[in-house]
Design a binder for this molecule. Sequence first.
Ligand code: C2E
Ligand code: CA
Ligand code: CA
Length: 683
Amino acid sequence: MIDVVLCLTQEHDLNLVALALVICLTGSLATVQLFSRVQASLGYRRFGWIILGAVGAGTMVWATHFVAMMAFRTTAPVILDPVLTLVSLLAVIGITVPGMALAAGGRRWSGAVGGGVIGLGIAVMHYVGMAAYRVDGIVTWKLPYVAGSILLSIGLSAIAFHVLNACDRWRTTSAVAWLSVAVVALHFTGMAAMKIAVLKLGHGLSGMTIVTLATTTTVATLIIVGCAAISALIDGHTQSETYRRLRHMALHDSLTDLPNRIAFIEELEARFAIRGGYQRMAVIMMDLSRFKVVNDTYGHQAGDQLLAALAARLSSILRPGECVARLGGDEFSAVVSYDDPAELLDFLDRLTTASEAPFLFDRFTASIGANIGVALAMRDGFDPDALLAKADLAMYRAKSAHSKAPCFYDAQMDDAVRERRELVADLRRALEAGAFELHYQVQASMPTGEICGYEALIRWNDPVRGMIPPARFIPLAEKSGDIVPLSNWILRRACGEAARWAEPYPVSVNLSPMHLSDRGLVETVRSVLEESGLPPERLMLELTESAIIHDKDFALQQLRALKAMGIAIALDDFGVGYSSLEVLRSFPFDRIKLDASFVSEIEHDAQAVSILRSVAALGVTLNMPVLAEGVEEPAQLAIVTREGCVAVQGYLTGRPSRTLADPDEVRRVAALRPQMVGVEAVA
Ligand code: C2E
Ligand code: CA
Ligand code: CA
């Protein structure tokens, strides 16, 4: 050790030694940078970075050695063999290539093994370089020093690349330090191993030439190494930029730029992980109420425009602790962490206002609104999935209750879900067991009171639950996918029974929107008519506007095929929902059924009467007779008849029943009208 220190201090020009150190440190830093690129790339890119890294490291080692040799003071004449000097440079580069490849291998000891190979390369460089250094004198080598220098180089360089593979904050700094120490230790231990017995005095190179050579080498090396390091930096930056962009794309919804489901769940997990932060947290689910109408009426582009505008609005109302995400379709979600429940209510208020305020675009305007469900962390769930599921349930409750106010989750909702699930299972069993039956409600022409048909209405009398209203189980069957088999059964049964009636009355069968979009519908109807022997003219299918709006082109295609078979089509529940002229104009319906809600208002509401009058007039214009539904009172009958409805259906003329109505009785009831007094006053 003392020999090494003595050799360094007494036999070297310390200024040039300092220059060598600058090269060594800068070069080591560049080597570490380049190596990080090797680690971050694959395939031919990795190979390219290995070559560049080896050139950087090799040049650094070689130049350090070269400048340090310039710093070495000897009284003997010296010449440098140019070929061997070049070979020493190529040797270290050549050995560093496999060294770097090994070091980037990714296994636990890859760094140490590869680093060792690089250390060997450094040693080879040094001793080939020494062979190029021809001194006019007797050179003797102390072998233990030679061996020690080689081992030091291998060991220290192995440590340098081993620490680079660790996940330590200071790994770059310590790797630079270890690598520099490896190069320096090898060189000066190697120099201490060499003893020169001077035979004749003289000068190899003049002092001035040495300084010029050393400085030029340093500058050239720094340029080469610097360029390599800069390309590593640029590549690293570009890659992390690309990574950042990819990550943003993976975690954000492309249409609205809001966080997506994955990001939202990550956010929830992060919030659950915080301890001692906010005391409370709520997860909110939002489902837009009339979004589908906008999408169906104005097209998907309009729908997208609306979603983007809503997202911008929602983002603009956020305060610290609040986050909004789009989970897909028209489903938005939000999370808020708060200390005081008033903050939660305030956030819900802002969400409601933002979704309800109308949207004005060049091409259209829209008012949507949202159904909002809320679940509270720790009370309703202890992890993101549970909270999301509970908020979802609460949102469905808000939706089914048509509630504009946010709905908070409560445990009864789980019961409701279970009950619905059981009902669906029972419904399947009932269908197999043939537990359904059809009731028929009479429809009468006005003003004569002649029976003009019957509407088939399904009944489910469950032995345990009792009578279950269709308004309860039909929507369930639609959701569970059981509606098509159920609907087929209804068709078959209605046609079969009607074919056996004593009088050839038409029979009306309700068609669910989902059944209309079933590709097998037309074929089913055809085979049902054939089997039952019911003439197509006696069958009328009733459907609502929503059935047509859903997938208009296909719906109309189906309707035309049915009509071509001679089947009549009625538009049911007209006046509620869309009530669009567009639908009325798009298909020649055989009947418009005015929804019962109008008739129930008619006695007290002049506006209902004028709507009734307009619809009846529209029916005349479009050549579609209007039937008034839900007529319960003679007064209502009188008004609807006077205003132009050509048929009625309701409890007044007959309730739905297993048996058909008595024609005389229907005529008698229909004739009650003229006796009514005071009716005129309403209109
Ligand atoms: P809808 O097609 O509008 O059927 C008329 C509903 O009004 C029937 O209720 C009927 O009993 C009731 N109604 C008739 N006259 C009066 C009246 O004067 N006053 C009052 N308050 N109600 C009256 P129901 O049978 O409970 O059916 C309800 C809904 O369930 C139906 O409305 C229809 O949408 C659906 N539905 C019923 N049967 C079937 C079916 O076989 N297939 C399909 N897809 N849906 C059905
Ligand atoms: Ca109906
Ligand atoms: Ca109806």
